[in-house]
Ligand binder design. Structure first.
Ligand code: PMP
Length: 290
């Protein structure tokens, strides 16, 4: 039986419970991270913990454990489950409180760590590329619920994901309220036009993806590619030579169609392939921890 780490204890995963009075359950009040371990090394752990504690700070949720305690708990959870390649889910909920919204009447957040194996998209989609749609739901504006906060309230993304599923695809591109491309429901987006890689700037309102940063700062420069971060309209996406998505679970995946538009040649493009290959090399061989 896999074990999870829950508030300082290891618990059999089928026995791990939080209260129905936890505001994480009642209101989606809390935050989370998705992290990967490759070959026993936790990929970009510092970046994920930084984002987690920033999310908590934005919600004025005071974590029950320090970053060092959480880092050590993650390592122990991988160890006890004998996992060296895994997806790691770290969650802080607001904790148990009254039925009112008042977050500060919840004295103690619940903290838990789940480690599991993950396959977000079928292998076939990595080889042949995936189709996506443009969602009708807009990404929530940063002055309403900043998408940079990785909060437990993912309903905006889930509504767009339902649109994708209804259209028989697995991901959807979301625009912001001003018609600019922001990101997908669980991944960031990049396009390539005439050899130039472009990704929406964070001002469009998005989760500041760890994989997105890895592509911009490390993978692209390694291959001699440069990336510009700027505001982008959907027409540029439709006209792109290549499109790829990035995420901790998805890694780098090529997109071959957006709605009825075929991307480039209709196959995963050469620059996307090179980046995906470099990603694999970095995480499987010499991946240094942060
Ligand atoms: N956007 C959203 C909405 C996400 O949930 C995620 C994470 N799955 C990403 C982008 C990608 O971020 P990261 O590379 O840090 O996993």
């Amino acid at each position: 039986m896999p074990k999870v780490w829950l508030d300082g204890e290891f618990v059999d995963s089928d026995q791990a419970k939080v209260s129905i009075f936890d505001h994480g359950v009642l209101y989606g009040d809390g935050c989370f991270e998705g992290i990967r371990a490759y070959n026993g090394r936790i990929f970009k752990l510092d970046s994920h913990l930084k984002r987690m504690y920033e999310s908590a700070g934005r919600l004025r949720l005071k974590p029950a454990y320090s970053r060092q305690e959480i880092a050590s708990a993650i390592r122990q959870t991988l160890k006890i489950n004998e996992l060296s390649d895994a997806y790691i889910r770290l969650v802080f909920t607001r904790g148990v409180g009254t039925l009112g919204l008042h977050p500060f009447k919840c004295p103690k957040p619940s903290t838990f760590i789940i480690t599991a194996s993950i396959e977000l998209y079928p292998q076939e989609l990595y080889d042949s590329g995936m189709k996506v749609i443009l969602a009708k739901h807009r990404r929530v504006p940063a002055n309403s619920l900043d998408p940079a906060i990785k909060s437990l309230n993912y309903l905006n993304n889930i509504l767009a994901k339902i649109e994708a599923i209804d259209a028989d695809v697995l991901e959807a591109i979301m625009l912001n309220a001003d018609d600019y491309v922001s990101e997908c429901t669980g991944d960031n987006i990049f396009i390539i036009k005439d050899g130039q890689i472009i990704t929406p700037s964070t001002e469009a309102g998005m989760l500041h993806g760890v994989t997105r940063r890895f592509v911009i700062d490390e993978l692209a420069p390694k291959l001699g590619y440069s990336v510009s971060e700027r505001m982008m309209k959907i027409d540029e996406v439709y006209a792109a030579d290549e499109i790829f998505l990035t995420g901790t679970a998805a890694e780098i995946i090529g997109v071959i169609g957006v709605d009825e538009h075929i991307v480039g040649s209709g196959k995963v493009g050469p620059m996307t392939q090179a980046l995906a290959q470099e990603f694999r090399r970095r995480v499987s061989q010499d991946a240094p921890e942060d």
